[in-house]
Design a protein around this ligand. Sequence first.
Ligand code: PLP
Length: 388
Amino acid sequence: MKKRDSFNQSIRVPAYVPWISKEDKDAVLKSLNQTMLTLGPTLEKFELMFAKYTQSKHAVAVSNCTAALHLSLKALGIQEGDEIIIPDLSFIADANAVIATGATPVLADIENDGFSISIKSIKQKITRKTKAIIPIHMYGEVCKIMEILDVAKSNNLYVIEDCAHAIGTFYKGKHVGNFGSMGCFSFYPTKNMTTAEGGMVITSSSKLAEKIRQLRSHGMTKSLAKRYSSKYPWLFDVKEPGYNYRLDEIRSALGISQLRRIDKINALRKKAATYYTTSLAKVKGIITPTIVEDRSHSYHLYTIRVTKNFGMSRNELYNLLRKNGIRTTLYWTPIHEYTAYKKFVKNSKNYPNTEKTYEEILALPLYPTISRSKQKQVIDCIIRNARD
Ligand SMILES: Cc1ncc(COP(=O)(O)O)c(C=O)c1O
Protein backbone atom coordinates (compact mmCIF):
# COMPACT_ATOMS: atom_id res chain seq x y z
CA MET A 1 0.00 0.00 0.00
CA LYS A 2 1.24 3.49 -0.85
CA LYS A 3 2.16 5.79 2.02
CA ARG A 4 -0.27 8.62 2.55
CA ASP A 5 0.28 11.97 4.24
CA SER A 6 -1.95 13.69 6.78
CA PHE A 7 -4.06 15.10 3.93
CA ASN A 8 -4.55 11.54 2.72
CA GLN A 9 -2.50 12.16 -0.39
CA SER A 10 -0.13 9.44 -1.47
CA ILE A 11 3.56 10.20 -0.96
CA ARG A 12 5.38 9.51 -4.22
CA VAL A 13 8.58 11.33 -3.30
CA PRO A 14 9.29 11.70 0.42
CA ALA A 15 11.40 14.63 1.65
CA TYR A 16 13.79 12.26 3.34
CA VAL A 17 14.44 8.53 3.80
CA PRO A 18 17.01 7.34 6.36
CA TRP A 19 19.59 4.92 4.99
CA ILE A 20 20.07 2.10 7.44
CA SER A 21 22.16 -0.69 5.89
CA LYS A 22 22.48 -4.35 6.89
CA GLU A 23 25.89 -3.48 8.40
CA ASP A 24 24.22 -0.78 10.51
CA LYS A 25 21.63 -3.26 11.80
CA ASP A 26 24.27 -5.92 12.54
CA ALA A 27 26.38 -3.38 14.43
CA VAL A 28 23.40 -2.34 16.58
CA LEU A 29 22.46 -5.95 17.36
CA LYS A 30 26.05 -6.78 18.24
CA SER A 31 26.26 -3.86 20.66
CA LEU A 32 23.27 -5.27 22.54
CA ASN A 33 25.40 -8.25 23.59
CA GLN A 34 27.79 -6.00 25.52
CA THR A 35 27.77 -5.95 29.30
CA MET A 36 28.09 -2.17 29.34
CA LEU A 37 25.27 -0.54 27.46
CA THR A 38 26.41 3.00 28.13
CA LEU A 39 29.79 4.73 28.68
CA GLY A 40 31.57 1.68 27.29
CA PRO A 41 34.15 0.82 24.62
CA THR A 42 31.86 1.51 21.64
CA LEU A 43 31.36 5.14 22.65
CA GLU A 44 35.11 5.54 23.02
CA LYS A 45 35.72 3.99 19.61
CA PHE A 46 33.09 6.23 18.00
CA GLU A 47 34.69 9.31 19.54
CA LEU A 48 38.16 8.33 18.35
CA MET A 49 36.91 7.59 14.83
CA PHE A 50 35.02 10.90 14.71
CA ALA A 51 38.06 12.84 15.91
CA LYS A 52 40.13 11.14 13.21
CA TYR A 53 37.61 11.82 10.45
CA THR A 54 37.25 15.48 11.40
CA GLN A 55 41.00 15.81 12.09
CA SER A 56 40.26 17.17 15.56
CA LYS A 57 42.14 16.53 18.77
CA HIS A 58 39.09 15.60 20.84
CA ALA A 59 35.59 14.41 20.09
CA VAL A 60 33.01 14.04 22.87
CA ALA A 61 29.73 12.32 22.03
CA VAL A 62 26.50 13.56 23.58
CA SER A 63 22.79 12.84 23.32
CA ASN A 64 22.07 15.39 20.56
CA CYS A 65 23.40 18.59 18.99
CA THR A 66 21.32 20.83 21.25
CA ALA A 67 23.10 19.23 24.23
CA ALA A 68 26.41 19.73 22.39
CA LEU A 69 25.68 23.45 21.99
CA HIS A 70 24.49 23.79 25.59
CA LEU A 71 27.58 22.06 27.01
CA SER A 72 29.93 24.02 24.75
CA LEU A 73 28.50 27.27 26.10
CA LYS A 74 28.65 25.95 29.69
CA ALA A 75 32.26 24.81 29.25
CA LEU A 76 33.17 28.35 28.17
CA GLY A 77 31.57 29.70 31.33
CA ILE A 78 28.62 31.38 29.60
CA GLN A 79 26.01 32.46 32.12
CA GLU A 80 23.22 34.87 32.94
CA GLY A 81 24.04 38.40 31.81
CA ASP A 82 26.03 37.26 28.77
CA GLU A 83 24.90 37.75 25.19
CA ILE A 84 25.42 35.23 22.40
CA ILE A 85 24.99 36.17 18.74
CA ILE A 86 23.19 33.62 16.58
CA PRO A 87 21.57 33.86 13.13
CA ASP A 88 17.85 34.65 13.07
CA LEU A 89 17.42 32.16 10.23
CA SER A 90 18.39 29.22 12.32
CA PHE A 91 16.96 26.17 14.01
CA ILE A 92 15.42 26.96 17.39
CA ALA A 93 17.97 24.64 19.07
CA ASP A 94 20.65 27.34 18.98
CA ALA A 95 18.42 29.87 20.76
CA ASN A 96 17.18 27.26 23.24
CA ALA A 97 20.74 26.20 24.09
CA VAL A 98 21.66 29.82 24.85
CA ILE A 99 18.56 30.27 27.03
CA ALA A 100 19.43 27.06 28.92
CA THR A 101 22.65 28.71 30.16
CA GLY A 102 20.77 31.80 31.41
CA ALA A 103 22.38 33.98 28.72
CA THR A 104 20.49 36.02 26.10
CA PRO A 105 20.36 35.09 22.40
CA VAL A 106 20.97 38.08 20.14
CA LEU A 107 19.62 37.53 16.66
CA ALA A 108 21.63 38.64 13.64
CA ASP A 109 20.55 38.87 9.99
CA ILE A 110 22.04 36.64 7.29
CA GLU A 111 24.04 37.77 4.25
CA ASN A 112 22.24 38.75 1.04
CA ASP A 113 24.36 36.42 -1.09
CA GLY A 114 23.75 33.11 0.64
CA PHE A 115 22.81 31.70 4.00
CA SER A 116 25.76 32.64 6.23
CA ILE A 117 25.24 34.86 9.27
CA SER A 118 25.94 38.46 8.19
CA ILE A 119 29.25 39.98 9.18
CA LYS A 120 27.76 43.49 9.14
CA SER A 121 24.88 42.40 11.36
CA ILE A 122 27.24 40.68 13.83
CA LYS A 123 29.24 43.91 14.14
CA GLN A 124 26.04 45.88 14.81
CA LYS A 125 24.96 43.47 17.55
CA ILE A 126 28.18 43.37 19.58
CA THR A 127 27.91 44.98 23.02
CA ARG A 128 30.01 44.84 26.18
CA LYS A 129 27.98 41.78 27.21
CA THR A 130 28.68 39.76 24.04
CA LYS A 131 30.70 36.63 24.75
CA ALA A 132 30.34 34.38 21.71
CA ILE A 133 29.04 33.92 18.17
CA ILE A 134 27.40 30.71 16.96
CA PRO A 135 27.56 30.63 13.15
CA ILE A 136 25.85 27.81 11.26
CA HIS A 137 27.26 25.99 8.25
CA MET A 138 23.80 26.14 6.70
CA TYR A 139 22.53 23.23 4.66
CA GLY A 140 26.08 21.80 4.68
CA GLU A 141 27.84 24.80 3.12
CA VAL A 142 30.72 26.47 4.92
CA CYS A 143 29.70 29.88 6.30
CA LYS A 144 31.88 33.02 6.14
CA ILE A 145 34.02 31.53 8.84
CA MET A 146 37.24 33.50 8.17
CA GLU A 147 35.48 36.86 8.43
CA ILE A 148 33.59 35.66 11.51
CA LEU A 149 36.86 34.63 13.16
CA ASP A 150 38.31 38.07 12.39
CA VAL A 151 35.40 39.89 14.03
CA ALA A 152 35.54 37.48 16.99
CA LYS A 153 39.26 38.00 17.42
CA SER A 154 39.10 41.77 17.37
CA ASN A 155 36.26 41.75 19.91
CA ASN A 156 37.60 38.97 22.13
CA LEU A 157 34.67 36.62 21.47
CA TYR A 158 34.42 32.85 21.33
CA VAL A 159 33.15 31.10 18.21
CA ILE A 160 31.16 27.87 18.52
CA GLU A 161 30.47 26.41 15.08
CA ASP A 162 27.07 24.81 14.56
CA CYS A 163 28.03 21.92 12.28
CA ALA A 164 24.69 20.09 12.58
CA HIS A 165 24.43 20.00 8.77
CA ALA A 166 28.08 19.79 7.97
CA ILE A 167 29.69 16.41 8.55
CA GLY A 168 32.09 16.07 5.61
CA THR A 169 32.36 19.82 4.95
CA PHE A 170 35.99 20.90 4.65
CA TYR A 171 37.37 24.40 4.14
CA LYS A 172 40.97 25.27 3.36
CA GLY A 173 41.85 21.65 4.04
CA LYS A 174 40.27 21.65 7.51
CA HIS A 175 37.05 20.00 8.59
CA VAL A 176 34.51 22.55 9.86
CA GLY A 177 34.23 22.65 13.62
CA ASN A 178 38.00 23.13 13.93
CA PHE A 179 37.94 26.86 13.23
CA GLY A 180 36.29 28.07 16.44
CA SER A 181 36.70 26.89 20.02
CA MET A 182 34.29 24.04 19.39
CA GLY A 183 32.20 22.44 16.67
CA CYS A 184 28.82 20.80 17.38
CA PHE A 185 27.33 18.03 15.22
CA SER A 186 23.90 16.40 15.01
CA PHE A 187 23.06 12.79 14.20
CA TYR A 188 19.29 13.34 14.01
CA PRO A 189 17.66 10.95 11.46
CA THR A 190 17.57 13.46 8.59
CA LYS A 191 21.25 14.39 8.93
CA ASN A 192 24.01 13.09 6.62
CA MET A 193 24.78 10.39 9.18
CA THR A 194 22.48 9.31 11.98
CA THR A 195 22.40 7.61 15.36
CA ALA A 196 18.61 8.28 15.54
CA GLU A 197 19.32 10.89 18.22
CA GLY A 198 22.89 11.92 18.91
CA GLY A 199 25.49 14.65 18.79
CA MET A 200 29.21 15.35 19.06
CA VAL A 201 31.47 18.19 20.15
CA ILE A 202 34.93 18.54 18.65
CA THR A 203 37.67 20.75 20.08
CA SER A 204 41.42 21.11 20.16
CA SER A 205 41.34 22.03 23.84
CA SER A 206 41.95 19.18 26.32
CA LYS A 207 40.53 21.37 29.08
CA LEU A 208 37.25 22.05 27.28
CA ALA A 209 36.92 18.40 26.20
CA GLU A 210 37.37 17.21 29.79
CA LYS A 211 34.84 19.75 31.06
CA ILE A 212 32.26 18.61 28.49
CA ARG A 213 32.91 14.96 29.36
CA GLN A 214 32.16 15.72 33.00
CA LEU A 215 29.11 17.88 32.32
CA ARG A 216 27.53 15.28 30.01
CA SER A 217 27.53 12.78 32.86
CA HIS A 218 26.15 14.62 35.90
CA GLY A 219 29.33 16.62 36.49
CA MET A 220 31.14 13.55 37.86
CA THR A 221 34.87 14.19 37.86
CA LYS A 222 35.80 10.55 37.14
CA SER A 223 34.71 8.49 34.15
CA LEU A 224 32.92 5.18 34.70
CA ALA A 225 36.02 3.22 33.61
CA LYS A 226 38.25 5.16 36.03
CA ARG A 227 35.82 4.72 38.89
CA TYR A 228 35.57 0.98 38.43
CA SER A 229 39.30 0.52 38.13
CA SER A 230 39.88 2.46 41.36
CA LYS A 231 39.57 1.09 44.89
CA TYR A 232 36.25 2.77 45.72
CA PRO A 233 34.14 3.45 42.61
CA TRP A 234 31.79 5.75 44.49
CA LEU A 235 34.59 8.19 45.22
CA PHE A 236 34.29 11.03 42.73
CA ASP A 237 33.69 14.74 43.04
CA VAL A 238 31.18 17.07 41.42
CA LYS A 239 32.69 20.50 40.95
CA GLU A 240 29.85 21.82 38.84
CA PRO A 241 26.36 20.32 38.53
CA GLY A 242 25.99 18.49 35.22
CA TYR A 243 23.39 16.72 33.10
CA ASN A 244 22.64 13.31 31.70
CA TYR A 245 23.51 14.05 28.06
CA ARG A 246 25.16 10.69 27.32
CA LEU A 247 25.17 8.80 24.04
CA ASP A 248 24.67 5.08 24.72
CA GLU A 249 26.60 2.15 23.23
CA ILE A 250 23.80 1.17 20.86
CA ARG A 251 23.68 4.58 19.19
CA SER A 252 27.48 4.72 19.19
CA ALA A 253 27.56 1.40 17.31
CA LEU A 254 25.19 2.84 14.69
CA GLY A 255 27.35 5.97 14.52
CA ILE A 256 30.51 3.96 13.84
CA SER A 257 28.82 2.01 11.09
CA GLN A 258 27.39 5.17 9.46
CA LEU A 259 30.65 7.09 9.78
CA ARG A 260 32.44 4.29 7.90
CA ARG A 261 30.46 5.20 4.77
CA ILE A 262 30.01 8.94 5.23
CA ASP A 263 32.12 9.77 2.18
CA LYS A 264 29.97 7.47 0.06
CA ILE A 265 26.79 8.99 1.54
CA ASN A 266 28.01 12.51 0.80
CA ALA A 267 29.09 11.58 -2.74
CA LEU A 268 25.59 10.24 -3.46
CA ARG A 269 24.04 13.42 -2.03
CA LYS A 270 26.30 15.53 -4.22
CA LYS A 271 25.37 13.47 -7.29
CA ALA A 272 21.66 14.00 -6.61
CA ALA A 273 22.24 17.72 -5.92
CA THR A 274 24.16 18.06 -9.20
CA TYR A 275 21.28 16.45 -11.10
CA TYR A 276 18.83 18.97 -9.62
CA THR A 277 21.12 21.89 -10.42
CA THR A 278 21.78 20.86 -14.04
CA SER A 279 18.06 20.28 -14.58
CA LEU A 280 16.77 23.42 -12.87
CA ALA A 281 19.52 25.98 -13.44
CA LYS A 282 17.82 27.52 -16.46
CA VAL A 283 14.30 27.62 -15.03
CA LYS A 284 13.19 31.25 -14.90
CA GLY A 285 12.72 32.47 -11.34
CA ILE A 286 14.40 29.52 -9.63
CA ILE A 287 17.80 30.03 -8.01
CA THR A 288 19.63 26.76 -7.48
CA PRO A 289 22.56 26.09 -5.14
CA THR A 290 25.92 26.18 -6.89
CA ILE A 291 27.67 22.83 -7.05
CA VAL A 292 31.21 23.27 -5.77
CA GLU A 293 34.08 21.06 -6.78
CA ASP A 294 35.88 21.22 -3.44
CA ARG A 295 34.39 19.79 -0.26
CA SER A 296 33.10 23.05 1.20
CA HIS A 297 29.51 21.75 0.89
CA SER A 298 28.22 18.40 2.08
CA TYR A 299 24.73 18.87 0.53
CA HIS A 300 22.77 18.13 3.66
CA LEU A 301 19.86 20.07 2.19
CA TYR A 302 19.11 21.14 -1.36
CA THR A 303 17.42 24.51 -0.93
CA ILE A 304 16.20 26.41 -3.98
CA ARG A 305 14.88 29.98 -3.99
CA VAL A 306 11.55 30.59 -5.67
CA THR A 307 11.71 34.24 -6.77
CA LYS A 308 9.09 36.64 -8.16
CA ASN A 309 10.03 35.67 -11.72
CA PHE A 310 8.77 32.12 -11.24
CA GLY A 311 5.24 31.27 -12.34
CA MET A 312 3.87 31.11 -8.79
CA SER A 313 4.82 31.89 -5.20
CA ARG A 314 6.90 29.57 -3.03
CA ASN A 315 3.84 28.53 -1.03
CA GLU A 316 1.87 27.82 -4.21
CA LEU A 317 4.73 25.67 -5.50
CA TYR A 318 4.93 23.86 -2.16
CA ASN A 319 1.19 23.08 -2.31
CA LEU A 320 1.35 22.00 -5.91
CA LEU A 321 4.25 19.64 -5.26
CA ARG A 322 2.39 18.29 -2.27
CA LYS A 323 -0.74 17.65 -4.35
CA ASN A 324 1.50 15.70 -6.69
CA GLY A 325 2.74 13.51 -3.84
CA ILE A 326 6.10 15.32 -3.52
CA ARG A 327 7.10 16.35 -0.02
CA THR A 328 9.21 19.45 0.45
CA THR A 329 9.78 21.74 3.39
CA LEU A 330 11.86 24.72 4.39
CA TYR A 331 14.45 25.47 7.01
CA TRP A 332 13.31 27.57 8.94
CA THR A 333 10.83 30.13 10.19
CA PRO A 334 12.98 33.00 11.55
CA ILE A 335 13.50 32.63 15.29
CA HIS A 336 12.02 36.06 16.04
CA GLU A 337 8.63 34.87 14.80
CA TYR A 338 8.20 32.34 17.62
CA THR A 339 6.16 33.56 20.60
CA ALA A 340 8.94 32.84 23.09
CA TYR A 341 11.50 34.79 21.06
CA LYS A 342 9.49 37.80 19.79
CA LYS A 343 10.76 39.85 22.70
CA PHE A 344 14.37 39.49 21.52
CA VAL A 345 13.75 41.56 18.40
CA LYS A 346 12.74 45.24 18.42
CA ASN A 347 11.88 45.51 14.73
CA SER A 348 11.67 42.59 12.31
CA LYS A 349 12.42 45.06 9.47
CA ASN A 350 16.01 44.97 10.73
CA TYR A 351 16.27 41.45 9.25
CA PRO A 352 15.66 42.13 5.54
CA ASN A 353 17.78 39.28 4.20
CA THR A 354 16.30 36.75 6.62
CA GLU A 355 12.73 37.86 5.79
CA LYS A 356 13.31 37.72 2.01
CA THR A 357 15.08 34.37 2.21
CA TYR A 358 12.29 32.94 4.37
CA GLU A 359 9.74 33.91 1.69
CA GLU A 360 11.67 32.22 -1.10
CA ILE A 361 13.34 29.05 0.17
CA LEU A 362 12.18 25.50 -0.44
CA ALA A 363 14.16 22.33 0.30
CA LEU A 364 13.64 19.66 -2.34
CA PRO A 365 13.68 15.93 -1.48
CA LEU A 366 17.29 14.82 -0.98
CA TYR A 367 18.67 11.62 0.48
CA PRO A 368 21.50 9.33 -0.61
CA THR A 369 19.25 6.63 -2.05
CA ILE A 370 16.92 8.93 -4.00
CA SER A 371 16.42 7.61 -7.54
CA ARG A 372 16.71 9.59 -10.76
CA SER A 373 13.06 8.87 -11.54
CA LYS A 374 11.94 10.34 -8.21
CA GLN A 375 14.08 13.42 -8.79
CA LYS A 376 12.66 13.69 -12.31
CA GLN A 377 9.12 13.84 -10.91
CA VAL A 378 10.18 16.82 -8.76
CA ILE A 379 12.00 18.53 -11.63
CA ASP A 380 9.16 18.00 -14.13
CA CYS A 381 6.59 19.35 -11.73
CA ILE A 382 8.64 22.53 -11.22
CA ILE A 383 9.40 23.00 -14.92
CA ARG A 384 5.73 22.49 -15.90
CA ASN A 385 4.80 25.45 -13.74
CA ALA A 386 7.55 27.87 -14.70
CA ARG A 387 6.89 30.96 -16.84
CA ASP A 388 8.08 30.66 -20.44
C1 PLP B 1 21.42 23.92 12.48
C2 PLP B 1 20.95 23.00 13.57
N1 PLP B 1 21.49 23.14 14.79
C3 PLP B 1 21.14 22.33 15.79
C4 PLP B 1 20.21 21.33 15.63
C5 PLP B 1 19.81 20.48 16.77
O1 PLP B 1 20.16 19.15 16.56
P1 PLP B 1 19.59 17.99 17.48
O2 PLP B 1 18.24 17.65 16.95
O3 PLP B 1 20.59 16.87 17.29
O4 PLP B 1 19.56 18.49 18.86
C6 PLP B 1 19.63 21.14 14.37
C7 PLP B 1 18.63 20.08 14.16
O5 PLP B 1 18.02 19.90 13.17
C8 PLP B 1 20.00 22.01 13.31
O6 PLP B 1 19.47 21.87 12.10
